[in-house]
Design a protein around this ligand. Structure first.
Ligand SMILES: Cc1ncc(C[n+]2csc(CCOP(=O)(O)OP(=O)(O)O)c2C)c(N)n1
Ligand SMILES: [Mg+2]
Length: 291
């Protein structure tokens, strides 16, 4: 069990260090535009993606997609080059942080915009009869977009292998979820006949286990499913914009998914993984002559 946790923890640490580096590069003027980090939500990316088969499953992500991308591809260099706008980036430097595509990974910064695309992919996967699953990540804020509901209706009606993952971090930019939604978000996919499971989004092993069970089930019997992950964004919306009180944010620090894993793993293992990931980030930066 702990060996699995070590592997999941290492992926979370790599994502955390990569994104902390992005914020640093921003403050030094090396990056332009914007970046949305998933600091505090790494367990969602790692727990879900580690249970997928990157050869036959597809992943559609959103504006906050670096964690999803790294968990799916492990390509730190290619992503950094892309965010720096370099030709050698995974999309020739044209996609930047939010519009990424490599192999079975796709992302788009338009809230909810990937859900109809993921639904179309799920239809093609069903027709191909290769048991592939189409996974799409959305935030709680995106769940106000009407196109998601049209897509869920089709996915349920046609029993498409679509897995909707809602990262419910309780806020959309500066709007708390309960000022945007008139009812619980988990009730929405259920209304279309899509079984929905609500999980602790900061416990990487729980997410991994639930995803594994869900995708195994979906491969045997094609139909749509939803996992709603209750989590919290510990960082700003993008670079510095945050209207929440420091008291509110610090009350969630103890629930940081990395700290949660660290309470279970031996200290020596934690230190070893942190050093390994930091070395990898340092080598990446040295190769770009940054910092
Ligand atoms: C259609 C659309 N409207 C508005 C925006 C601007 N925008 C970018 S992120 C964001 C908040 C998204 O909140 P949520 O879906 O909860 O995801 P989170 O940022 O919390 O991960 C908004 C309003 C956008 N990208 N697309
Ligand atoms: Mg949100």
């Amino acid at each position: 069990m702990n060996a699995d946790l070590e592997m999941l923890y290492e992926k979370m640490v790599l994502i955390r260090l990569f994104e902390e580096t992005l914020l640093k590069l921003f403050s030094l003027g090396h990056l332009r535009g914007t970046v949305h980090t998933c600091i505090g939500q790494e367990a969602c990316a790692v727990g879900i993606v580690s249970a997928l088969d990157s050869k036959r499953d597809t992943l559609c992500s959103n504006h906050r997609g670096h964690g999803h991308f790294l968990a799916f591809t492990d390509n730190t260099d290619g992503l950094l080059k892309e965010i720096l706008g370099l030709k050698s980036g995974i999309c020739g430097g044209k996609g930047g942080s939010q519009h990424l595509h490599v192999n079975n990974f796709y992302s788009n910064g338009i809230l909810g915009g990937m859900v109809p695309i993921a639904t179309g992919i799920a239809l093609s996967q069903k027709l191909a009869e290769e048991n592939g699953i189409s996974v799409v990540f959305v935030g709680d804020g995106a769940m106000s977009e009407g196109v998601i509901y049209e897509s869920l209706n089709m996915a349920a009606l046609w029993k498409l292998p679509l897995l909707l993952v809602i990262e419910h971090n309780q806020i959309a930019q500066s709007t708390p979820w309960n000022l945007e939604h008139g009812s619980a978000i988990e009730g929405r996919p259920v209304a279309f006949g899509i079984p929905t499971e609500t999980i602790d989004g900061n416990d990487v092993q729980t997410i991994y286990a639930a995803t594994k069970k869900t995708v195994d089930d979906m491969r045997k019997n094609a139909h749509s499913r939803c996992l709603l992950l209750k989590t919290y964004r510990l960082g700003p919306h993008s670079k510095g914009d945050d209207y929440r009180s420091t008291t509110e944010i610090s009350s969630h620090q103890m629930n940081d998914p990395l700290k949660r894993a660290e309470t279970v793993l031996p200290e020596k293992v934690v230190m070893g993984i942190k050093t390994l990931c930091q070395t990898r980030i340092n080598q990446m930066l040295e190769s770009f002559s940054l910092i």
